[in-house]
Every structure is written in C-alpha cells, then in structure tokens.
Design a protein around this ligand. Structure first.
Ligand SMILES: *Cc1c(COP(=O)(O)O)cnc(C)c1O
Length: 458
C-alpha cells in the first residue's frame, strides 16, 4: 500500500475517519465471532475414535456420512470424496463429459470448477456473470451453447443461488447436463427448493474454509444411479465391484478405477462430517440472522449494496461463504474500492480487502498452457475452433473485482458487535469525499485466484 499524505489539520478535526486519526468504529474484541468451524468435544471424540480404532482409510464411517448427507439433501445417492476438486471431476465424468466436449462455466470462481474438464479431454467456454448475483447470467449463457456443449457448471457463488429456473430451461432446451458446484452454498435454497437438487449432479467442497467444514473432504450427490456409479467407478477402486454396480457396461472393469484416481475420503473427515451435519442447519441459520442484520443496518447507505437474496421468496444464502458486498463507486464520487477498504480496515475491520475471484478466462492456464505436451494449449487440444476468450470478452467478470469488497463473515448473531462493524462501513461511505485526495485507484490485478486467503482472514 502506497503511503498517503497526511490530510491538512483542519480536515482531521472535521473528518472522524480512523484513517485520519479519528476513533475507530470497532472497539470490541471479536472473541469467537468469526471462529470457524465450531469444533466441540463431540467432533474431537468422533475423530479420536477413528484414530483409536485405526479406521482412517476405511469406508464404513464415510458410507454412514453419505447416507445421512443424502437424507439431508433429499436425494438418492451421495458419494464421499477426498476434496471438492475431486467432486467436480467425478461429477463431470459422471454426466459423461469426455474428449471433444465443451463445458460452460462461470469465470468468477476458483479453477477447480473448470480445469477438471481438461483432465477428461474436454474444454471450457466461459459465460459472463450477473453483476448483482455474481453468478452465471442466464441471458448471456445460451449464446455459448454449441453442438459440443455437454454440461454447464453452475456455481452458487458466495452462497448466492444462481438463476436456476432460466439455467435449467436452457439446459433442457439443448439437452445439456447441469453440474451444480455447491462448494459455497451448502444448505442454501432457491425458491424453497434445496440448491444441489436442480441439476443432474452436485459437487461439494467440505474443506475447512468452507461453510460446511470437515477438514479435507467433498461430496457428490445425484438422483441418477448411472451418474453415481460412473463417479464411483472413476475414483473408488475398492467400492467399484460387481456387487455395487448395476450399470451393465461398468461391470467389466470392476476393481480398477477408470480415472486412475483415488478419491476416497479420509475417515477423520467423514467422522467429523457426521457431527457437523447434525448442527449445520442451526449454525447456518444463525449465520444468516447475523449477516442479514448487518445488511439491514446498511440499507440505503450510498455506494453499498448487499449481495443477498430476499428470503421471502424462499431463497437463502446457504452458509454465506466468504461474503462480499457490492460497490457502486459512482455514488461515492468515484472513490476506488481499494481506498474504501483501506479506510474500513483503519476502522478496525481488519479483514476487509477489495475484490473476489479474478476472471479465469484471462489466466494463462486457460490460454497458453500446454499442460500435457500436445504441442498446443490444452484448452484447444480437442476443440474444433480457437475458443479462447481474450480480455474484453466477458466485461462483467472482468470488472467485478473492482465492484466487490469483503465483509465480515459473522458466525454468531450478536447485534451490539455487528452494529459496530456496520457503523465502520457506513462511516467510511459517508466520508467518501475526504478519501478522494489520497486515492491512487485500484491496482489492475485486484482480487485473487482463490478465496482461501480471504476466508482465513475472516
Ligand atoms: C473450494 C472450491 C472447490 C474445490 O474444493 P477443494 O475442497 O478445495 O478441492 C471447488 N469449487 C468451488 C466453487 C470452491 O470454492
């Protein structure tokens, strides 16, 4: 951060911003307001039990977790995997993505939503996002459909439900499969129905930074037996046996994992997952109460907009993973979001930085990288055209890091504390004019390729 000139003395007195020496808005220590996941003696006993019984590499506990997870989701099949990345790879294989196919994915996500397509000999086309939901914009999606499009990967970004009615209509019209990446939105709903039950299959990260946090782990859910068995055959050699498999063409290769991957979940994770599941809905509801209260307090503040849903429609934000606010600089005299965040941090909200996921379509891995030695970019190896998307092609995703900022991810509804954090944002927005003289603008690379650092800071 470049040092800024101290403001003139007269201004210091008039502007109470902590950045200029005023008293910070946040005065209370957070205690466990942000601590996540909540780990109790129940988790400790479950994990220690696995160690004591030396069941780390078994599957019995994982299969219990799968049954409970499927019941919680209201679906027929759940398959535990070792991380969320494996859940996307297994889901894509499950729906039949293979050589020469295209998937359509949001560019505003982590690489793990998209790059597993390469592993399968398929490629990726990115479609732009909606600047308010930060999820795929259904109105800009259909133009990317080609005869080769096999699947759409839908990310319910930062817990916000994607526009599932419109996306499912497009998928049905073109007979395209839908994979829901549920890593940000476990337990969330769209118009009353659980996210993860709209598409053909859903993949979940359950790693420690996520809202549903069990260590390293992931889950695949589906109502389709063949998809489930394909995912199982791909990465679960010891469960891929004649007894477990009903799909005829999969029977011949039993006992050798077709993907050459081992996706088995560690049982210290599944044991913790069983405990976390029992408490998840109550804890996520508490988070929602706290986060909605924070945004209610900021309603009408210039420059700031909530990234949330109207719960009266039956939609919810899941666990509200790595939350962000929307930024309208034109209402704050053009103040950059970086300068805004600098002033909010000075108020005592130390985890606030600008941006979210940088747009994947401009990353070299999706443009130049020859990952497997084909002699050309991997993205083009099995493509029928140069489908790379240069800067300027997905304008919303390319500017969204300058229109978003982190907000605190409250884990408990404590109105007095939350009011202080909201006051910090309101105070900075109200004194935006005083921040303009020291504003050096946003760096061109604002945002990150992953949200992990952001989530840890929270
Ligand atoms: C975290 C995440 C993944 C990958 O999950 P891991 O458990 O880290 O492998 C995939 N998709 C999204 C949207 C994620 O946030």
């Amino acid at each position: 951060m470049k040092p800024t000139l101290p403001p003139p003395a007269t201004k210091t007195a008039a502007v109470p911003l902590a950045l200029f020496g005023g008293p910070p808005a946040v005065t209370r220590l957070p205690d466990d307001l942000f601590t996540w996941p909540i780990v109790t003696a129940e988790d400790e006993e479950a994990v220690l039990g696995v160690l004591r019984r030396r069941e780390m590499s078994g599957t019995a506990i994982t299969m219990q977790f799968e049954q409970e997870f499927a019941a919680w989701m209201g679906v027929k099949h759940a398959l535990g995997v070792n991380n969320g990345t494996a859940s996307i790879l297994g889901s894509l294989y499950g729906v039949g993505v293979g050589v020469g196919d295209e998937i359509i994915c949001t560019p505003t996500t982590i690489w793990a939503s998209a790059i597993p397509a390469f592993t399968l000999g398929a490629t990726v086309v990115f479609a732009d996002i909606d600047p308010d939901t930060l999820c795929l914009d259904a109105a800009r999606l259909e133009r990317h459909v080609t005869p080769r499009t096999k699947a759409i990967v839908v990310v319910h970004y930062l817990g916000h439900p994607a526009d599932m009615d419109a996306i499912m209509a497009i998928a049905r019209r073109h007979r395209i499969r839908v994979v829901e990446d549920m890593s940000h939105a476990q337990g969330g709903r769209y118009q009353g129905r659980k996210l993860g039950t709209f598409g053909d299959v859903a993949g979940y990260s359950l790693m420690t930074a996520k809202a549903f946090a069990i260590g390293e782990g992931g889950m695949i859910t589906t109502n389709d037996r063949e998809i489930y068995e394909r995912a199982l055959a791909f990465g679960h050699y010891e469960r891929y046996n004649a007894g477990a498999i009903q799909t005829e063409y999969l029977k011949a290769c039993a006992e050798v994992p077709l993907g050459g991957f081992k996706h088995r979940m560690h049982q210290m994770s599944s044991a913790m997952g069983r405990v976390q599941l029992r408490h998840y809905d109550a804890r996520a509801a508490e988070i929602r109460r706290a986060m909605n209260h924070f945004w209610d307090l900021l309603e009408g503040v210039p420059g700031l907009r909530a990234h949330r849903v109207d719960e009266r429609t039956g939609s919810t934000m899941g666990g509200w993973y790595a939350p962000r606010g929307l930024y309208r600089r034109e209402e704050l005299g053009g103040l950059s979001v970086s300068r805004f965040c600098e002033a909010v941090r000075a108020e005592g909200v130390t985890m606030v930085y600008p941006g979210c996921n940088k747009p994947l379509h401009v990353h070299p891995a999706f443009n130049d990288a020859d990952i497997y030695g084909h002699g050309k970019p991997t993205r083009l190896v099995n493509a029928d055209r140069d489908l790379r998307q240069p800067p300027g092609s997905l304008p919303v995703a390319e500017r969204i890091c300058r229109e978003t900022y982190m907000i605190p991810w409250f884990k408990h509804h404590r109105p007095a504390e939350i009011a202080e954090y909201a006051a910090a944002f309101r105070k900075v927005a109200q004194h935006a004019a005083a921040l303009l003289p020291g504003d050096t603008g946003d760096a061109p690379d604002v945002g990150g390729w992953s949200l992990l650092k952001a989530a840890r800071a929270g």
